[in-house]
Design a protein around this ligand. Structure first.
Ligand SMILES: Cc1cc2nc3c(=O)[nH]c(=O)nc-3n(C[C@H](O)[C@H](O)[C@H](O)COP(=O)(O)O)c2cc1C
Length: 235
């Protein structure tokens, strides 16, 4: 494999960053102006390699509740399963022949000024987040380097496990640490029974959509992200 020099690293991260530099620069300085149009967007990011499964389905419940908070709220579900994300690029280690990943395509959809809330959902894998989730969070160092393009966006976390107490909370914590480092505004799931995030169980008979306890936390997270996102948006 070709050895990556420091110069290669700087060049490759600049190339990957070019597509998002303009958006990031305007985001850092123009969030209040963008919100004057009145509408805001909440994005849910599913970090499961399995499209449309437990994580995505429960995130859709979060978004449905977020839309009920206000008719000013638009929502979007993004599934990372549709993207190639290479966490090693965060450390400047390129793929074969210097191949890049899809992070530069994904980033503008997260840092857009109208996006005021992001809900990150991950499956629980051995008591932690999926490797896809970690790769994404590590790749997001690019946004940290671009004037903290996620700064002051509201963030909530959902974890979907195959067992009721399979490590959802510890997984949520780990994701939150990374989002805090991005200067995001972290919220947990709100009432009833406020806790640190949405804890969903795909092993329930009939799957996540039959896990009433988990769905309650998912709805409460969607509502909380929406409420705080509206509060922090200037309109
Ligand atoms: C490698 C691997 C490890 C897993 N480890 C756990 C675990 O520690 N705790 C748990 O509750 N479920 C665990 N599961 C089950 C998944 O969390 C569960 O199937 C979940 O629904 C996956 O999310 P998805 O439906 O969005 O793909 C594991 C699954 C895999 C593939």
């Amino acid at each position: 494999m070709k050895e990556i020099t420091r110069r290669d690293f700087v060049r490759s991260s600049m190339t990957a960053g070019t597509a998002i530099t303009a958006v990031a620069a305007s985001t850092a300085s123009s969030q209040p102006q963008a919100a004057t149009e009145g509408r805001i967007k909440i994005v849910a990011l599913s970090c499961s390699p399995r499209k449309g499964q437990g994580t995505a389905a429960s995130l859709s419940v979060c978004l449905e509740t977020a839309r009920q908070v206000s008719d000013r709220i638009d929502t979007e579900l993004i599934e990372l399963a549709e993207f190639r994300i290479n966490g090693s690029l965060a450390a400047g280690v390129a793929g074969p022949e210097g191949t890049q990943d899809d992070f530069p395509k994904l980033a503008p959809r997260l840092i857009a000024p109208e996006v005021r809330g992001i809900i990150v959902g991950t499956p629980v894998y051995f008591g932690g987040m999926s490797s896809l989730c970690k790769a994404f969070l590590d790749r997001a160092i690019l946004l940290w380097q671009k004037d903290f393009a996620l700064s002051n966006k509201v963030a909530g976390v959902l974890a979907c496990g195959g067992t009721r107490n399979g490590g959802q909370e510890v997984t949520i914590h780990a994701v939150q640490v990374s989002l805090l480092c991005q200067e995001m505004i972290l919220v947990g799931n709100g009432r009833p029974g406020p806790r640190i995030g949405a804890t969903v169980w795909s092993g329930a008979e009939g799957g996540v959509l039959k896990d009433e306890f988990g769905l309650t936390t998912a709805r409460a997270l969607g509502r909380r992200v929406a409420e705080v996102a509206l509060r922090v948006s200037v309109s």
